[in-house]
Design a protein around this ligand. Structure first.
Ligand code: NDP
Length: 328
């Protein structure tokens, strides 16, 4: 038995609690990992609070990502003692996840932890930070350069938004941060935002086309915000869509795409192929300012994870919550 968070759903309802986990609860896999750190991402907040049905199997250990050390393996790529990280693949949703001292997963899902990062730093980045890098790489792949103009980042105080600002500013882009927390403007500017705007400007229903402003967009919010971001993107610009913090709908028209050649690039971290993941982590090791990362990171224990998941859903968390799982 080992400490972990377990989500159950039965006649007494949907419940997440910190408990002693029986190893028989763990999903099948060929590698067992001693988890050192996990994180709380938006999806973990949905899973732990039950706000959205992301958990598909019960009982479930939540935690869509983790960093740890292989304790046993029958997979040819991994041996005991290897430092590994995992993001996505349905872990914490359909397969038991990272918010417990042990995880059992498929070796094919693991990647070696980049030597540039400690286990704690890798999870301070976590799925949110790796997704921010996937967005930056998509902007680059579609040819957006710093000289092309401003990049809008929505949900700026969130995990994806904060890391996206740090990365884009480091790479020389002029970043405009959209937030519902204007009191955090100085913090966002310290991360690298040149300008901070009130998210209310983007969240109301807008026109099919607006004044052209953005060379690129990193959108974590969806709904009207994404529609308005597309409508105000410059000719030939690129909008990366990765999130739904404001809603899953997209009340938009095709006007930005057919009249301005705007590209809407979808970003998925969960099933992203291994070469793309390795590339994203290599780029994080190369480009992410770890001092800035630390400035947006708060460490909590497993015993705080359930309460902080509710805070996350209430929009009361800024940046990244890294969870210290092991006591070793
Ligand atoms: P966080 O909870 O850390 O951040 C979300 C941010 O969105 C908040 O901090 C807030 O920023 C803003 N926000 C919250 N509610 C609303 C609202 N109703 N309207 C407008 N803005 C809102 O989440 P993450 O950064 O971890 O994730 C962001 C989104 O990206 C989530 O929807 C998540 O599911 C998605 N995601 C998708 C991935 C993928 O693979 N596609 C991977 C990782 C995340 P502020 O206070 O600054 O306004």
């Amino acid at each position: 038995m080992f400490p972990g968070i377990l989500i159950t759903k039965d006649d007494s309802g949907y419940q997440a609690k910190l408990t002693q986990v029986d190893p028989t609860v763990l999903s099948e896999g060929d590698v067992t990992v001693a988890v050192e750190y996990s994180t709380l991402n938006y999806k973990d907040g949905l899973a732990i609070t039950g706000k959205s049905p992301v958990v598909r199997r019960f009982p479930m250990v939540p935690g869509i990502d983790f960093a740890g050390t292989v304790s046993s393996s029958s997979h040819p790529a991994w041996k005991a003692g290897d430092s590994v990280i995992l993001n996505g693949w349905g872990v914490g949703e359909t397969h038991t996840g990272g918010l417990a001292e042990q995880a059992r997963v498929k070796g094919d899902w693991l990647i070696a932890r980049p030597s540039a990062f400690s286990a704690r730093q890798a999870m301070a980045i976590g799925t949110a930070g790796y997704t921010a890098m996937l967005c930056v790489m998509a902007l680059e792949r579609h040819g957006v350069k710093p000289a092309d103009g401003e990049i809008l980042v929505t949900g700026a105080n969130g995990g994806v938004g904060s890391v996206a600002i740090i990365l884009l500013a480091t790479l020389g882009y002029r970043v405009v941060a959209s937030t519902g927390r204007p009191e955090a403007a100085e913090h966002l500017k310290a991360l690298g935002a040149s300008e901070v705007m009130d998210r209310a400007t983007l969240s109301a229903p807008g026109k099919p086309l607006g004044k052209e402003r953005w060379a690129g967009v990193v959108d974590t919010v969806g709904s009207h915000t994404l529609a308005n971001a597309c409508a105000t993107t410059r000719y030939g610009g690129v909008v990366t869509a990765c999130g739904l913090a404001g809603g899953m709908d997209l009340p938009a028209t095709v006007a930005p795409f057919i009249l301005r050649g705007v590209t809407l690039a979808g970003i998925d971290s969960v099933m992203a192929p291994l070469p793309l993941r390795n590339q994203a982590w290599a780029r994080l090791a190369q480009d992410l300012d770890t001092t800035q990362l630390e400035a947006v990171t708060e460490e909590i224990g497993l015993d705080q994870a359930i309460a902080r998941a509710s805070d996350l859903m209430a929009g009361q968390v800024a940046g990244r919550l890294v969870v210290k799982v092991s006591h070793g």
